[in-house]
Structure formats: structure tokens, C-alpha cells
Design a protein around this ligand. Structure first.
Ligand SMILES: [Zn+2]
Ligand SMILES: [Zn+2]
Ligand SMILES: [Zn+2]
Length: 304
């Protein structure tokens, strides 16, 4: 379990300031606060930061000008702590009057979240239990991803005031319009299926010559063992690929892909310029130019 939680603030004159820590016995020094802040990039552009301090690994979440940081216990899986820090963030009140209370509350909640999502408690979750049963009995063969590109509307100017949940920010803006405070106007075009109104898409590649969907993807990959490039056809359900030079198996999650060239199984055409088809992820309609521009974005103005 994480050992401590800290809040750090940016001060325009003084730079990163150590705010509070919980438990109070393990404060950060101001140099450490700077290190944690720098873990988010020079312009604080990345949401999650990792920094290695004397007392251990610190994972932090930036919501400019504040940053919440968690000290990870040795041996603890960093990715687990990161996932739970992300779960915790929507529960933190970044404008809290008393940061002492807020941090103490956040620290307890982080521990609860970590407990709920690991070990016996995780398996006691009724949904999890049911899913594992389905996998054990083979009713579900495996949990496969569906690659859906989601178009979303963000309002960066409102985010600073209304929070980081983009969908909630949009809902609040609509609420403000209904309350007569704001008025919406068209702004830009956005993707919207004209058949069902959805704006999530999937992408398919077709052979540019015969339009066949039956494409092999020939990958030009880099072997991390012998540092040479080799070609490999990567189909689904592979866990390893053997390098043709050094003959060592490489885990597919470790491969770095340099290039991909689709090869058509029907007509034999190899081309790295395949035909790209956008399809509505909900109703399956093939989207054309009009669908891609069918929706309109909305900007919100003060109703004068
Ligand atoms: Zn549709
Ligand atoms: Zn190799
Ligand atoms: Zn073809």
C-alpha cells in the first residue's frame, strides 16, 4: 500500500511549494517537490508523472497549478498504484478549504480503492465473479478489444473551473444553457453517423486494387535482442515472434514496429497505401464525407 500522499502547489514567485503531506511524518523537501513537478514535463504537459526520490518512487497527478503525489512502497507494482491514483482523482476536491482533511480522506480512499481492486475483494465483486465464471466455462472464449475511435468534445477553457471529466464538463455547460445563463452557437464540424447519430468509428483497411478485406499485415519490426530489423506476419493470438536473425523469441508486447505493409491475400498486391474505410461503431454504416462532417460542435457564450 502507498506510504504517503502529498499535495504540491505552483507559486508564480517561489515555484513548486510543498503543500501538505499525510501522514505528516514523511514530508517532502522543496528540492523533492521540484523533482516531482518536473516529472510532468517542463510545461506540466503530462497528467501523470513518475519520479525517483531518495525515499522511493513517487507517482503524481497534475491538475495545474496543483499536483497530488503518492509515495509508493518498495516492491509495489507502480502500474497498480497509477491505476488507483486515476480512480482516486475524481474524488479529490482540488479547491478544498482544508487540504489536511482532504489529503487524509484521499489517503484512506486510495487504500480502500486498492483493496477493492485486488486479491479476494476483487474476486468477490459480483461482476468480476460472473465474468471469470464465463471464461472458466468457456461461454466467453477471451476478452477481446474492439478498436473504437471515439470522437469527444472537450472544453479546455471550462476544464480549469469545472473539473477534468470532459463529459461532465459538457453536461454542466448544457445545464447552464437550460438555466438561462449561457447560450450555445454552432462551432466547427464534427463526425456524426447520419443513420444513427453516433460518433464512434472503427477503421478497416481494404486492398487498394481489389477492395478485399483479406489482408495480411507484414510488419517490419526491430529485434531488441540483436538490434536488427526483420519482417514478420503478425496475426491474432500470437504471444511471441521469433527473430529470423538471432532466432530468439520476442514477446509481441516488446516488439517495436517500424513499418507495416498490407499484403492482399486475394490478388497479391502489397501496398502501404491501403484503402481506408470508416464505419460507424454502432450501426455499421460505412461513413462517407457527409457523415464525417455531419455534426456540429457547440460553443457556449454568456447570454447577454
Ligand atoms: Zn450509425
Ligand atoms: Zn534478433
Ligand atoms: Zn487485392
Amino acid at each position: 500500500m502507498p506510504k504517503a500522499i502529498f499535495s504540491i502547489w505552483w507559486d508564480d514567485n517561489l515555484g513548486p511549494m510543498v503543500g501538505r503531506s499525510y501522514p505528516e511524518a514523511t514530508p517532502l523537501t522543496s528540492e523533492e517537490a521540484v523533482t516531482v513537478f518536473m516529472g510532468h514535463g517542463v510545461n506540466q504537459e503530462s497528467e501523470i508523472g513518475y519520479s525517483k526520490l531518495q525515499q522511493g518512487l513517487v507517482i503524481s497527478y497534475m491538475r495545474s497549478p496543483a499536483c497530488v503525489a503518492v509515495l509508493v512502497e518498495e516492491q509495489e507494482e507502480a502500474s497498480v498504484v497509477e491505476r488507483n491514483l486515476r480512480r482516486l482523482v475524481p474524488h479529490i476536491d482540488f479547491d478544498a478549504d482544508s487540504w489536511d482533511d482532504e489529503l487524509a480522506k484521499s489517503f484512506r480512499l486510495l487504500h480502500e480503492l486498492m483493496k477493492e481492486t485486488s486479491g479476494d475483494e476483487l474476486l468477490a465483486n459480483p461482476g468480476v465473479k460472473k465474468l471469470v465464471e464465463e471464461l472458466v466455462t468457456g461461454r466467453i472464449d477471451s476478452v477481446r478489444p474492439e478498436h473504437v475511435l471515439r470522437t469527444s468534445h472537450r472544453y479546455p477553457a471550462a476544464r480549469d473551473f469545472l473539473g477534468t471529466d470532459d463529459e461532465e464538463v459538457a453536461r454542466l455547460l448544457h445545464d447552464l444553457e437550460d438555466a438561462g445563463v449561457l447560450i450555445s452557437k454552432t462551432y466547427g464540424r464534427s463526425l456524426e453517423c447520419r443513420q444513427c447519430g453516433d460518433s464512434n468509428v472503427t477503421i478497416e483497411l481494404l486492398c487498394p486494387r481489389c477492395q478485399s478485406e483479406d489482408l495480411h499485415k507484414v510488419f517490419n519490426v526491430f529485434c531488441p535482442r540483436c538490434s536488427t530489423q526483420f519482417h514478420a506476419v503478425i496475426v491474432d493470438d500470437l504471444s511471441e515472434v521469433t527473430c529470423i536473425h538471432c532466432k530468439t523469441p520476442v514477446k509481441v508486447s516488446e516488439l517495436s514496429v517500424i513499418d507495416v505493409e498490407p499484403l492482399c491475400n486475394k490478388c497479391g498486391t502489397a501496398s502501404n497505401d491501403p484503402k481506408i474505410v470508416f464505419r460507424c461503431a454502432t450501426c455499421g454504416k460505412q461513413l462517407d464525407g457527409a457523415d464525417l462532417l455531419a455534426g456540429t460542435g457547440l460553443s457556449f457564450h454568456f447570454r447577454r
